[in-house]
Ligand binder design. Structure first.
Ligand code: UDP
Ligand code: MG
Length: 312
């Protein structure tokens, strides 16, 4: 199979029929063998009924239905598990992404050999203040911390080689950082394509303003986990030791001063309290690192590596 199109959706009944017709039109025109996987993330409207109907008419259209709403990442993850095509394309169900981009994305993966191609909504049709501006800051932070130069991390329209989606796991709200996750797994050829973005035709956005706070927290987790999850002591141990040493030097100075200088008012000095606090913080950081190492030793995936090739 050439191509799997994974579409996470949550209460998008109005667009499904129109969207799937459009996709089918585009892929048949380009003679691509395809499947469309609708992942219904616990919709409470008629979405699933519509998917069932579409499946009856065209069995290239498949569906997965969650019992409840787990979030876009979970939906993508399930879609990825099920995808059989050599190229996997994800897109939103709200018709903000145009299926006309599919052939070009497919080509970039198969001919130009990209591992991932991410859409870039260069001209956006969303609210400037609540979305476009915060998203600029967010993307700058993501670029800076991941070293991946994408303009638009959060674009729903992306294309992947099949082995990329089979090697990564997305959960929580990590769908914004799939390129970052893929990069840790060793997929480095990450490209970008300017895509057409359209205003939301039906329904309304499923993500509110919390998206930005959650987005930044996830970014912190992700960059931290990628760097230190296999060696937490290198972070906590280093800073813990540094803090402790600074505190120790200050205390030594204070002790010597107390012993040599007459009328040295030890407890009246800010340095005294700073030295104590810094030593305690240092100790805590060190112990946190130590405990994290112990947990790491027991993690079931401590020795699971992605193997690209093997000759035997
Ligand atoms: N979505 C989902 N589960 C959720 C929230 C959203 O599957 O809990 C889907 C939604 O139906 C849409 C896509 O994720 O297909 C992007 O959502 P939305 O269009 O609301 O986000 P925005 O375009 O505002 O960033
Ligand atoms: Mg949308």
């Amino acid at each position: 199979m050439d191509i799997s199109i994974v579409i996470p959706l949550f209460n998008e009944e109005e667009s499904l029929t129109e969207l799937s017709e459009w996709i089918v039109r585009v892929v048949t025109q380009h003679q691509l063998n395809y499947e469309i996987i609708f992942v219904d993330d616990g919709s409470t409207d008629e979405s699933w009924k519509i998917i069932e109907k579409l499946h009856q008419v065209n069995n290239n259209i498949k569906g997965i239905k969650f019992q409840r709403n787990y979030g876009k990442s979970a939906a993508l993850n399930e879609g990825f598990r099920a995808a059989k095509g050599n190229v996997v394309i994800t897109m939103d169900a709200d018709m903000q992404d145009s299926p006309d981009e599919i052939p070009e994305l497919y080509k970039m993966i198969t001919e130009e050999n990209f591992d991932i191609v991410s859409g870039w909504k260069k001209k956006r049709f969303d609210n400037t203040f609540t979305k476009n501006f915060p998203s600029k800051i967010f993307n700058a932070a993501a670029r800076w911390s991941s070293g991946i130069y994408l303009h638009d991390f959060n674009c729903g329209l992306k294309a992947y080689k099949n082995k990329v989606v089979k090697s990564i796991e997305v959960y929580g709200e990590m769908h914004r950082y799939i390129p970052v996750i893929a990069k840790w797994s060793g997929f480095r050829k990450i490209g970008e394509k300017v895509v057409e973005h359209r205003a939301r035709k039906y329904g309304k956005t499923k993500f509110g303003w919390e998206r930005f706070i959650n987005g930044f927290l996830d970014l912190a987790t992700i960059s931290f986990v990628s760097r230190f999850s296999k060696k937490p002591m290198h972070f906590f141990g280093l800073y813990g030791t540094l803090c402790f040493l600074i505190g120790l030097c200050m205390s030594l100075y204070l002790i010597i001063a107390k012993l040599t200088v007459t009328n040295f008012a030890l407890t009246n000095r800010p340095a005294f309290y700073i030295a104590l606090t810094v030593m305690i913080i240092g100790m805590q950081l060190f112990l946190t690192g130590f405990i994290a190492e112990l947990i790491g030793r027991n993690a079931p995936e401590r020795n699971s590596y992605l193997i690209e090739n093997r000759l035997d």
